[in-house]
Design a protein around this ligand. Sequence first.
Ligand SMILES: NC(=O)C1=CN([C@@H]2O[C@H](COP(=O)(O)OP(=O)(O)OC[C@H]3O[C@@H](n4cnc5c(N)ncnc54)[C@H](OP(=O)(O)O)[C@@H]3O)[C@@H](O)[C@H]2O)[C@@H](O)CC1
Ligand SMILES: Nc1ncnc2c1ncn2[C@@H]1O[C@H](COP(=O)(O)OP(=O)(O)OP(=O)(O)O)[C@@H](O)[C@H]1O
Ligand SMILES: [Mg+2]
Length: 406
Amino acid sequence: MLVKHGVISALTRSTSHSPSSSSSTVLRRQQFLVRTLCASKTHLPKLIRAMSSTSEADAESVLRTVTPSLDPKRHKGQAVLSLLVTVTQWKIAVIGGCREYTGAPYFAAISALKIGADLSHVFCTKDAAPVIKSYSPELIVHPVLEESYTISFHNLCLLLSGCSQFSEEEKRKVQDKVIGEVDKWMERFDCLVIGPGLGRDPFLLECVSKIMLLAKKSNVPFVVDGDGLFLVTNSIDLVKSYPLAVLTPNVNEYKRLVQKVLNCEVDEEKAEDQLRSLAKQIGGVTILRKGKSDLISNGEIVKSVSIYGSPRRCGGQGDILSGSVAVFLSWAQQLKSDPERKLLFYFTLSENFSPSESPVILGCIAASGLLRKAASLAFTKHKRSTLTSDIIECLGKSLEDICPAS
Ligand SMILES: NC(=O)C1=CN([C@@H]2O[C@H](COP(=O)(O)OP(=O)(O)OC[C@H]3O[C@@H](n4cnc5c(N)ncnc54)[C@H](OP(=O)(O)O)[C@@H]3O)[C@@H](O)[C@H]2O)[C@@H](O)CC1
Ligand SMILES: Nc1ncnc2c1ncn2[C@@H]1O[C@H](COP(=O)(O)OP(=O)(O)OP(=O)(O)O)[C@@H](O)[C@H]1O
Ligand SMILES: [Mg+2]
């Protein structure tokens, strides 16, 4: 809609600023174009598509292609994608949750389950764990992360018991313990979501940067959101050139990334080009820039998802998105190894896509499309009182409407 208005107002502006010689061919052509645009709804989308450098993704087709069918014979942790390929895991892990924030990791993890993950883990701090567990018995919660204040507490205890100050070596021991707790699970995860409700404690973020290195070593994809983006913006090398990394910045997080990486301010006039440059500069990671329209780029292509969502901007919708990206990305990754679905992919989505190259982009498109559908449905029901948990309740119905389970 914005594009439509932009096109029309740009043309109107240029006609009104043209010289008075109304006989000028250019002016006549422009006036004709404005009349045509205003009169004919059918020509408009074609023209807009032609003028826009970004193509609107067909999110519903992507959702249908990426979502695997359910097989009654499978056991937990095993999803049969076709007769030929069996996948053994649909497990997602969220790294996040601290004293201040317990909602964000819960929203991300429960959304992953509601969409179709078999198991959803949360690795959080010790104080956040009982709270998150109390929200839902469905989640597997690991109280393993440590914040600086717990280290200071250890330190105080040591001093009181007459021991010397907590040394760097001891600090490293705590860190190794944390990393070890995550590492023993790492290979089992299809995707991590790093950052929802993580907080910004320096010791904790240092541990999380090590967890990112571990994930990269094991080729586990990860979605970086919230405070994970705070960490990454200050240490871009953590994600640089890792093709299985997705960054999902909101308006503030995007601004910080652009300032840090491109050394300039966000330019809305060149939104797509700037996003493409940013993704390219970070070595081809995929960036999903959240906003009125979600823009997705891996430094090569730029796709947008503008399905109507909800005018309510309650906190936590980004967390639903990050958990959803993790699931759809995992499913899209499997397209590569499933001949039946790969064929379906070619028939339905072939334009501008290559299944071997873009599962990460497909995962982002599917997640964005589904969240927007669910937000719209929740808003229809709850209007001004719509909350994030209402949107989560609508994820199942929204997915069912697009690709029925049976
Ligand atoms: N129910 C829940 O549990 C939810 C929890 N959530 C969780 O909240 C976390 C932050 O996410 P968000 O979306 O508020 O971050 P964002 O837009 O960058 O910041 C807005 C402004 O706040 C400020 N600021 C932020 N953190 C700060 C800090 N530690 N200390 C000081 N300032 C801080 C920030 O300042 P600046 O960074 O610009 O200096 C900016 O001005 C993240 O973990 C997210 O997952 C959400 O997902 C919602 C639901
Ligand atoms: N102005 C808007 N109009 C419609 N949808 C929007 C708008 N802004 C964001 N969204 C949608 O809401 C979702 C969450 O984006 P948002 O910018 O709220 O993330 P966030 O700030 O990280 O959220 P959170 O509160 O979970 O941290 C995105 O999928 C995006 O498409
Ligand atoms: Mg957020």
